[in-house]
Design a protein around this ligand. Structure first.
Ligand SMILES: Nc1ncnc2c1ncn2[C@@H]1O[C@H](COP(=O)(O)OP(=O)(O)OP(=O)(O)O)[C@@H](O)[C@H]1O
Ligand SMILES: [Mg+2]
Length: 315
């Protein structure tokens, strides 16, 4: 059995303009491995190449070079794509179809017989939180959030082992997002591999185990969410700090802030935080708090996309 649900080697896509002869490397030499059963996030600013990457994975766009494998098979083989469920970005399902009708259509395209479709469709519509009324309402009358939910049901119709979701929470309100997350968590527990693109970093942080950040088509950072967001520093808050001591402490702090008599200092290491506490207590300053801080995925993302592309790996 293959260890990886997705494996890419040097996947590259160059778009060439017919008129200006200009070239754009939308995806540049990306090699990643997504273990089976994991939740994996592909992040990057607008235009970074996320959708192009996904389209190559699904063989909707042909790579200029490199290759992609799904459960050990080259994704250009139609059989390799059978276990994939896909929710595209900006999908446009036919508006004259009802939610039920659309799932009938996609279920049939996936080769499901009518008895299995009849069983699966109401089950899925309920799972994604669409009530009875919505089952027979035309998609043209669906709200954005309802369309994302029915889109997710479409991706799940044939019980895929790999779910590829391009911006699954786009246009969904916070309650709906939580619901979608719960549905995905349930699938993860069943062993489904989930690969998603998203701009919602807090969501990705809550949901994904591993992430890759790409920028201008290149891989800028990869690692587990836990390793990327852990151990960023120690925050010390103190009151009544004399000016000379404040200057001394600030010189060793990574950052500082002074608000209405409270000095907040962020130190990179435990040793430095302990040194600061010793200095503060020696001067009879009052400690307000001492806490270990984590960086959020958003902090990591902002540092990565603002900084140089260095190909750092944190595992
Ligand atoms: N068919 C195409 N022809 C030419 N250029 C394209 C084509 N598809 C995408 N691009 C370009 O490739 C780059 C990457 O686009 P892509 O849609 O993959 O980005 P993205 O990371 O998904 O962005 P977003 O977050 O906005 O969805 C962009 O500069 C885009 O204009
Ligand atoms: Mg995109």
């Amino acid at each position: 059995m293959d260890e990886y649900a997705i494996e890419t080697e040097g996947l590259t896509k160059v778009f060439r303009s017919r008129w200006s002869k200009r070239e754009l490397k939308a995806v540049d030499d990306i090699s990643i491995r997504v273990p089976r059963g994991t939740t994996f996030g592909l992040l990057g600013p607008n235009g970074a190449g996320k959708t192009t990457f996904v389209k190559m994975l699904l063989s909707c766009t042909h790579p200029t070079s490199g290759r992609a494998k799904v459960f050990g098979r080259d994704s250009q083989e139609p059989e390799a794509r059978r276990p994939i469920g896909y929710l595209p970005e900006n999908h446009r399902f036919p508006t004259y179809m009802t939610g039920w009708g659309m799932l009938e259509f996609y279920g049939a395209l996936s080769g499901m017989d009518s008895a299995s479709r009849r069983r699966r469709i109401p089950e899925l519509l309920n799972l994604v939180g669409l009530d009875e009324r919505a089952h027979h309402l035309r998609l043209g009358k669906y709200s954005k959030g309802m369309l994302q939910r029915v889109g997710l049901a479409q991706a799940l119709i044939h019980s895929p082992r790999l779910l590829v979701l391009d911006e699954p929470s786009d246009g969904v309100d916070p309650v709906g997002r939580k619901h979608i997350r719960d549905v995905l968590n349930g699938l993860e527990r069943e062993g489904v591999t989930i690969f998603l693109n998203s701009h919602l970093l807090a969501e990705v942080e809550l949901f994904c185990r591993e992430v890759v950040i790409i920028q201008k088509g290149k891989m800028a950072l990869s690692g587990t969410v836990a390793s990327l967001t852990s151990g960023s520093g120690y925050k010390v808050e103190a009151l009544g700090v004399p000016e000379s001591l404040e200057t001394e402490l600030r010189s060793r702090a990574r950052s500082f802030r002074s608000v209405e008599g409270t000095l907040e200092l962020l130190f990179a290491s435990r040793e430095e935080a302990n040194w600061a506490v010793d200095r503060l207590r020696a001067s009879h300053c009052e400690l307000e708090s001492l806490a270990r801080t984590r960086s959020t995925l958003e902090d990591v993302f902002m540092k990565t996309v603002d900084g140089p592309i260095s190909g750092v790996t944190a595992q």
